[in-house]
Design a protein around this ligand. Structure first.
Ligand code: GDP
Length: 421
């Protein structure tokens, strides 16, 4: 049992790293917030405030506000993966296999005529939302919503291909099956690339913050120009995007093709060339961990069976190798998405924290400098007063001495006169 737990913890590791990074950063910002608050209070308390300028006070207030904004933002930060490919290549099936559950409708080239974003929800019952619209839609609508969205008589607002339907799926605490959603992974299913896509608006609206792209290709055919074009645009807009290629339906190819190893080699050569030379998104060494030959349908069905959700799972000959390949993909995917999200999202917050600490140091230094200036001015004027006072005292002593001598003399003269009389 404990071995299973250890293995589970190890399996979970890359995704957990993101959460850890989030926690560490939360602690750093929490302490920063306390320090800034303390400084603000000290500045407020200084009544004789010649040496804390209005500018310095305003800067501390601005830092306090930025800290709050950043803390709100990174609580919402997540790891994002976009699935992409032609209709019916198996994008929804792959996503469902990774979630160990039929979350998205699949088959019949269904209705993914808009973007579907699956994210974890703390609630027990899932629901849908149209983009930022807070109105909740019943989960039951998911299968029909594509039609509904394009139906003029629908109650739902008209939505374009680049619009977003958010699927809030319960995280089901303690369930290994939902570990992607539990660990802040957000999954985006895109409309089929064959549906005359407007790539630029897709990319601008949904992909700029993506950590990983998964191209689900159909192992029975080669990449189309539309599939290539999308990634060429992505690679132009994002620097070195992380791209995985899944040759899905490998079960069907394996069953129908005699010289399967030859076919696999051909696919590999083409995909390597695409990723390394055309897109220039990874090196010759990395590319081996980016291309996988899988059957999402087999994996999904065996996972559903393992959970007792179906009686029989579809499995063709050689399924064991394909299942391992799928797990291998998941391992590399988790490492990649976690590394990328920590790098891009937290690096930026970390840099901001450094900047703010630097600003606070300068702010404090200049207050200390003007305090030291004032102290030396005060010291100078104190020294001057002491000198004048000393001078006065010397003068006074001299005067006292002279006075005493004079009175002595006077007294002696008076005494002489009196004696003479
Ligand atoms: P999408 O349009 O890209 O989201 O594709 P779907 O996931 O809806 O899949 C389209 C059809 O292909 C469905 O009927 C799936 O059952 C089937 N399919 C998906 N993956 C595989 C696979 O690996 N092997 C086989 N044989 N069928 C698959």
């Amino acid at each position: 049992h404990s071995l299973k737990n250890t293995r589970r913890a190890a399996d979970n590791e890359p995704l957990l790293r993101f959460r850890e990074a989030k926690k560490v950063l939360g602690d750093v910002y929490g302490e920063l917030k306390e320090n800034v608050g303390e400084l603000e209070a000290v500045y407020k308390d200084i009544k004789e405030n010649d040496f804390v300028s209005a500018e310095q006070r305003a800067e501390v207030e601005a830092i306090r506000d930025s800290i709050k904004t950043i803390m709100d933002t990174f609580q919402r930060d997540n790891m994002k993966v976009v699935f992409f490919g032609r209709t019916s290549n198996g994008k929804s099936t792959t996503i469902n296999a990774m979630l160990h559950e039929k979350v998205l409708p699949q088959g019949m080239g269904h209705t993914t005529c808009c973007f579907l974003q699956v994210e974890g929800s703390e609630e027990e019952v899932g629901h849908l939302q149209l983009d930022d619209n807070p109105q909740r839609i019943d989960m039951q609508m998911l299968g029909k919503i594509g039609h509904a969205l394009s139906d003029e008589n629908s109650d739902l607002p008209a939505m374009g291909q680049d619009s977003l339907l958010r699927v809030f799926h319960p995280k089901q605490t303690n369930s290994e099956e939902c570990r992607l959603l539990q660990n802040d992974v957000v999954i985006l299913d895109s409309p089929g690339v064959d549906l005359s896509p407007e790539f630029d608006s897709w990319i601008d609206k949904h992909c700029l913050d993506a950590d990983v792209f998964v191209l689900v290709s159909n192992a029975e055919s080669t990449l189309t120009q539309a599939e290539k074009n999308f990634f060429l645009r992505v690679a132009k807009k994002l620097s070195k995007p992380n791209v995985f290629i899944l040759n899905n339906r490998w079960d069907a190819s394996a069953a129908e093709t005699e010289n399967i190893e030859e076919v696999k080699k051909q696919h590999l050569t083409r995909f390597r060339h695409f990723l390394v030379d055309e897109l220039d998104v990874c090196s010759e060494r990395e590319v081996n961990d980016r291309i996988f030959f899988v059957s999402s349908r087999e994996v999904l069905e065996s996972r559903l069976k393992a959970r007792g959700l179906v009686q029989k799972a579809y499995q063709a000959e050689g399924h064991g190798t394909r299942a391992l390949e799928f797990q291998n993909f998941e391992r590399h995917f988790e490492q990649c998405i976690s590394r990328s999200a920590i790098h891009t999202k937290f690096e930026a917050h970390n840099r901001r924290a450094h900047e703010m600490i630097g600003k606070m140091r300068l702010n404090l230094n200049s207050v200390l400098t003007s305090a030291a200036d004032q102290r030396s001015k005060l010291q100078n004027s104190l020294n001057e007063s002491t000198r004048v006072f000393n001078e006065c005292r010397v003068n006074f002593t001299q005067f006292e001495q002279a006075y005493r001598e004079q009175t002595e003399r006077l007294r002696a003269e008076v005494h002489l006169k009196v004696s003479a009389d």
